[in-house]
Ligand binder design. Structure first.
Ligand SMILES: Cc1cc2nc3c(=O)[nH]c(=O)nc-3n(C[C@H](O)[C@H](O)[C@H](O)COP(=O)(O)O)c2cc1C
Length: 326
């Protein structure tokens, strides 16, 4: 399978762009466990064109996490075109346009999923971005704004004609936010359109190899993008890949392995972001790495409040020792 000019010799698994999650350290973790294409957190076009340092930092991609796409969002065509050119200078493998973000302050301003309310503008924005940069452009969106406007199957072909090189569809509407179950039947409808030639990537609620296999069998997608199920569990890519290749479920990592994965991630995080931010950004992951351990409350609290590297190391060692026969 080819996504733009990225050749993937097996069924492609993609890491979903996620704000405050898919930073460089996490992308490297997911890449190590077999993610085929990775995405940055979304980056606001308005911040890029104003040279906001925090946003510019999000453009940085290390060679160890390629292929990575930079995702941008915004509601003004000029700003998005300019932002795409700025993003291109960071030499991403792809530029992805976000037409799916449901967050009120973004969507109500007409950006993210808000673009689904103005399809002519969405097409024009996409066309202008594709024409403005040499790097391949992809789009990530939802089924439509709400259940009254399920439009993705009607707009996919026109989107393809703008020159984008892949389309990721999250099987929910904007109104659903993250609620309910994602519906892949419209994704299949897009895929079933014989005029659609670009890869169609399915996204929404995949948490295991079995679910991925079922999505491939039932909906015929060309790739699967995984989001929430990767948080605190970057090895999910290895598990899914193993199932797709062998039809067998891979045993999850032991607690000793999980501790070492979490420790590795933690050190990457503070190396890249510096101690203060690195600590804060790891908390979300730590909480999930060790979810479900019995009588974990005290250790969890320490893990999620400590600002001391030695202490974090000690807590991790304690977890390893205490739960080794779990
Ligand atoms: C914390 C969080 C942050 C997200 N940030 C982004 C983002 O920056 N860009 C984007 O396109 N989608 C974003 N999403 C949506 C995911 O990329 C994905 O489409 C959604 O979670 C559904 O996939 P899943 O069921 O595998 O999680 C975010 C989701 C979560 C949970």
């Amino acid at each position: 399978m080819k996504i733009a000019n990225i050749e993937i010799p097996h069924f492609p698994l993609l890491l979903a762009p996620m704000e405050d999650i898919t930073d460089r350290s996490f992308r490297q973790m997911c890449k190590d466990f077999g993610a085929d294409v990775l995405y940055t957190e979304f980056v606001a076009s308005e911040a890029l064109i104003r040279n906001i340092d925090k946003s510019l930092k999000k453009l940085k991609i290390d060679v160890s996490e390629r292929p990575t796409g930079i995702q941008i969002y915004g509601h003004r065509i000029d700003a998005m075109v300019e932002a795409a050119k700025i993003a291109e200078e960071a030499k991403p493998d792809l530029i992805d346009i976000n037409y799916g973000c449901p967050v009120k302050k973004i969507a109500n301003r007409g950006a993210g999923s808000g673009m689904l309310k103005d399809i002519p503008k969405l097409m024009e924005m996409t066309r202008q971005i594709v024409n403005a940069v040499k790097v391949p452009v992809t789009v990530k969106t939802r089924l439509g704004w709400d259940s009254e406007s399920l439009i993705i199957d009607k707009i996919a072909e026109e989107l393809q004609d703008t020159g984008i090189q892949a389309l990721t569809i999250h099987g929910r509407t904007r109104s659903q936010m993250y609620k309910g179950k994602s519906d892949w039947s419209l994704i299949k409808k897009v895929k079933d359109n014989p005029r659609i030639k670009i890869p169609i990537i399915g996204n929404g609620d995949i948490t295991s190899g079995e679910e991925a296999q079922k999505a491939i069998d039932d909906f015929g997608v060309d790739g699967i993008m995984i989001g929430r199920a990767t948080i605190g569990k970057p090895w999910i890519f290895k598990e899914v890949k193993h199932f797709l290749e062998t039809g067998k479920v891979l045993a999850p990592p032991s607690i000793e392995e999980k501790v070492e994965i979490a420790r590795h991630h933690f050190f990457k995080s503070i190396e890249i972001k510096g101690e203060r931010t690195g600590f804060f950004e790891m908390r979300r992951h730590f909480a999930i790495y060790f979810k479900g351990l019995k009588d974990f409350k005290q250790l969890r609290l320490r893990l999620l409040t400590s600002m001391d590297v030695t202490e974090i190391n000690e807590i991790l060692d304690t977890i390893k020792e205490r739960y080794k026969n779990n």
